[in-house]
Write a new protein. Structure first.
Length: 212
């Protein structure tokens, strides 16, 4: 048996099946996309309406800035101090600072002293107290101790008072109270002598008291 020319097929075999045609594209769900687009438009309109209200300032009331009061601070200047200036002398340079020299006192004679007594003359009644002020003045550098004695006398009446030793610094003032004795009659005069001795020097000062 001869093969049928041009077919290339073996006798007794069925012809090959033809390829299936491609599947058509799925239909687009236009209703769903229309609903989504509608909600998007609504959201945009709502956002555009609410956004200016959120951005614009509130008109319910005025906004006042908060003022913070800072307490005043008192600045106390430091106490004034006079700086001590120490002269700086460079090597080989002679300082121009001249030390202060206190001149020694000059004396016109040997050391001595004087006594000034007030009052020198006075009147008082029996029993009165007369206060004598005695000022000691050192002269020509005198700085020794002075022994002072007061003697009051009237005829047979005599009274001696030791004032002790008086020392520097001079001038120096001491007070001596004298009580007029009741035994001295009115009209009598009491003579007083103040004897002062120091460093071998003796001075006498005379006083007068009249009894009234």
């Amino acid at each position: 048996m001869e093969d049928t020319p041009g077919t290339g097929e073996s006798p007794g075999q069925a012809p090959p099946a033809e390829p299936a045609p491609p599947a058509p594209p799925a239909p687009v769900d236009r209703t769903r996309w229309a609903i989504i687009a509608f909600f998007v438009v609504i959201a945009v309109i709502v956002a555009a309406t609410a956004l200016p209200g959120l951005i614009s300032p509130r008109s319910a009331g005025s906004v006042h800035p908060v003022q913070t009061t800072i307490p005043a601070t008192t600045i106390v200047p430091p106490a004034h101090r006079t700086p001590r200036l120490t002269p700086v002398v460079s090597p080989g340079v002679t300082s121009s600072v001249t030390p202060t020299v206190t001149a020694a006192p000059t004396y016109s004679g040997p050391p001595d002293f004087s006594i000034t007594i007030t009052p020198q003359q006075i009147s008082a009644h029996q029993g009165d107290t007369v206060v004598y002020h005695m000022t000691i003045q050192g002269e020509n550098g005198f700085s020794g101790q002075i022994h002072m004695v007061v003697t009051a006398s009237f005829f047979i009446f005599s009274q001696t008072q030791d004032l002790g030793y008086q020392g520097p610094p001079y001038p120096k003032t001491i007070d001596y109270p004298f009580v007029v004795p009741n035994t001295i009659p009115p009209g009598a005069t009491v003579n007083g002598v103040v004897t002062s001795t120091g460093d071998g020097i003796t001075h006498e000062d005379h006083l007068t008291l009249t009894v009234q």
